[in-house]
Design a protein around this ligand. Structure first.
Ligand SMILES: C[S@@+](CC[C@H](N)C(=O)[O-])C[C@H]1O[C@@H](n2cnc3c(N)ncnc32)[C@H](O)[C@@H]1O
Length: 328
């Protein structure tokens, strides 16, 4: 069944290539690194959260140069973590982004906050958190409900440390609170028994789950303390004066983020109001982002009902009718 679908996709791609053969050009500058998230690994802020569905800021820069677009308004109807939006803004170009997945929306809001914070308050809070680790002495925990597919994703000690961290950050001023929360979201996969693999989470043999014939061995799992400490160090390194972020142009163009489905939101946008579109739509490989990003969705408070709703919207985008192959 899966093979049949794959061959249908290949056939579809071949038909498209044949139809647009006179318009498709091979550009050797568009390397795999540039068209994927890989090139972002060295970029301040973009490197905090690994969104492997993203493309690189360098690709957007390349396209803006090629299109010679220096002003106006760009649209990205599948904004992901906002690569198009932030890169355009650094060039003084306004943008509108639409994103369905709350994980992408949260990443965009956290980045926007981090990129636009003036003054030393945020940085001071982050430095204090890294050195004093206030969550270690927290007496309360902020637990959050897991989703069915994220139950038992962390060792007990990691789950407990995470809940103390979430409780302790509530005492911080809002900008620091948001960035600290985002930092925790960025390390969830690393400290969990899971690994993102295509559209699934693979589970480590220590998770206690019933596993297939080739269970995953993630090797040594870092503790929450170790992972969050490294993440905060990375964030501090980007935000400190003369850090990586200060080598980049500041945000100048307005960024408008619309959280929801492009199918609903695109028709509400004024026609002829954009000077360009830079986007990468969801792949036609039927990936289910709500599975891949389940750990991050759970910490954002997205519950089973909201997940079902997201899947329905995403289904519509993929094939116009609900998928029949999805296990509930
Ligand atoms: C290939 S990714 C784009 C990544 C983006 N270029 C970046 O650099 O982060 C496609 C995005 O489309 C989003 N998406 C899927 N269905 C959508 C819909 N109906 N409306 C809006 N966004 C949707 C997914 O959540 C995903 O973030």
């Amino acid at each position: 069944m899966a093979q049949l679908r794959l061959s249908e996709v290949h056939l579809g791609v071949a038909r498209l290539e044949a139809r647009f053969a006179d318009r498709i050009k091979v550009d050797p500058r568009l390397t795999r690194q540039l068209v994927s998230f890989q090139a972002n690994k060295e970029r301040p802020i973009f490197r905090w959260f690994r969104y492997k569905e993203g493309f690189s800021a360098q690709l957007v820069e390349y396209l803006l140069d090629k299109l010679d677009l220096q002003e106006g308004c760009l649209l990205d109807p599948f904004a992901g973590i906002g690569t198009t939006l932030f890169t355009a803004s650094q060039r003084g170009i306004a943008s509108v982004g639409i994103e369905l997945l709350p994980v992408g929306c949260a990443a965009i809001e956290a980045q926007r906050l981090a990129r636009s914070q003036k003054g030393a308050d945020l940085l001071e809070s982050l430095i204090r958190w890294r050195s004093e680790r206030p969550w270690l002495s927290a007496t309360r925990k902020r637990s959050y409900p897991h989703l069915r597919i994220t139950q038992g994703a962390f060792p007990d000690s990691t789950q407990a440390a995470l809940e103390k961290y979430l409780s302790a950050l509530e005492a911080e001023p809002l900008p620091a609170q948001r960035i600290l929360h985002f930092a925790a979201m960025c390390v969830l996969e690393e400290v969990s028994y899971t690994r993102k693999d295509g559209q699934y989470l693979r589970w480590d043999y220590r998770s206690g789950r019933r596993l297939g014939s080739k269970p995953l061995d993630k090797g040594r799992l870092p503790s929450f303390e170790e992972a969050i400490s490294n993440k905060l160090a990375q964030i501090i390194d980007d935000l400190r004066p003369s850090g990586r972020l200060f080598e980049e142009p500041p945000l100048r163009g307005d960024i408008q983020l619309l959280c929801g489905s492009a199918l609903d939101l695109l028709p509400t946008l004024k026609s002829a109001s954009f000077d360009g579109v830079i986007t990468s739509p969801p792949y036609a490989n039927r990936y289910d982002y709500t599975r891949t990003y389940a750990l991050e969705l759970a910490i954002l408070g997205v519950d089973e009902a909201a997940i079902r709703h997201l899947r329905q919207q995403d289904d519509f985008l993929h094939c116009g009718e609900p998928r029949k192959d999805r296990a509930q």
